[in-house]
Write a protein that binds this ligand. Structure first.
Ligand code: 13P
Ligand code: ZN
Ligand code: NA
Length: 283
């Protein structure tokens, strides 16, 4: 069965590695990252954004993830990423998601606290993990668009107050990474991350995993990031593999053929990301 990610991430924090969380949009992407995690014997967080929930329906996603969890030997959690809609979030918990992110980072501090605390109450009763964000991660993720000027780093003292007052079990402070591929390199506030890690006891989450140079991912994990989200790079790997097939053979019409290299590309990339965060062999 699917497990809550709270315990998985607490163990990661205590042992200084990061769990990789992959955004999946199709059955084949889900299978590919499960395959990678199984081969790597790594704990796994499958995640879907609100857009994907609307695209596939929560029941289909939960059913596929449950089959994966049943067949795999590794622990698997199913997480709802960047949800701003309370009703949809509750619907996903009812359908069987074992972790949810309430993203109220676009609201003022007090409103973020209020909305997050409300979700923590509901989710805790259901044994479901909760993640919340403070500061503002830049870039584009589904309908959430944050320009470079609007992106804002989390303030360490506010992080302490936020985690205390909300009781949120996993926490995503904005430290300068962004969703999507960077123009140039991200400007990560490592010193702030270090401060936040020392001030806050719950596992920390790194958003915007695509495009961060390898050494900077390792540094984030070394300084305390216990979960890394990867979305855009997986989508690109999957789509590029399919594009390549159609370039070679424009008449290809069998998904069982063109999905094979797409799955392989996703699996390979997932293994690389697991290597970076150090979760291989930690299942
Ligand atoms: P990327 O698209 O940059 O990998 O960001 C993923 C993410 O943070 C999902 O919440
Ligand atoms: Zn994110
Ligand atoms: Na990114």
């Amino acid at each position: 069965h699917l497990v809550s990610s709270t315990g998985m991430l607490e163990v990661a924090r205590a042992n200084g590695y990061g769990v990789t969380a992959f955004n999946v949009h199709t059955l084949e992407m889900l299978q590919a990252v499960v395959d990678a995690a199984e081969e790597a014997q790594a704990p796994l967080i499958l995640q879907t954004t609100v857009g994907t929930v609307k695209h596939l329906g929560p029941e289909y996603i939960v059913a596929a993830a449950q089959v994966a969890a049943k067949q795999a030997s590794i622990p698997i959690a199913l997480h709802l990423d960047h949800c701003t809609d309370y009703d949809l979030l509750v619907q996903c918990i009812r359908a069987g998601y074992t972790s949810v992110m309430i993203d109220a980072s676009m609201h003022p501090f007090e409103e973020n606290v209020r909305r997050t605390a409300e979700v923590v109450r509901v989710a805790k009763a259901a044994g479901v993990n909760v993640e919340a964000e403070l500061g503002k991660v830049g870039g584009v993720e589904d309908d959430i668009i944050v320009s470079e000027e609007d992106a804002r780093l989390a303030d360490p003292q506010e992080c302490v107050e936020f985690v205390e007052r909300t009781g949120v079990p996993t926490f995503a402070p904005a430290i300068g990474t962004a969703h999507g591929i960077y123009k140039g390199e991200p400007n990560i506030a490592f010193h702030k991350l270090e401060q936040i890690y020392n001030l806050v006891q719950v596992p920390l989450v790194l958003h915007g995993g695509s495009g961060i140079p390898a050494d900077q991912v390792r540094r984030c994990v070394a300084l305390g990031m216990g979960k890394m989200n990867v979305a855009t790079e997986l989508r690109i790997a999957f789509s590029d593999a399919i594009k390549h097939i159609f370039e070679q053979n424009p008449n290809e019409n069998d998904p069982r053929k063109y999905m094979v290299p797409a799955k392989e590309a996703v699996k390979k990339l997932a293994l690389e990301k697991m290597q970076l965060t150090g979760c291989i062999g930690r299942a």
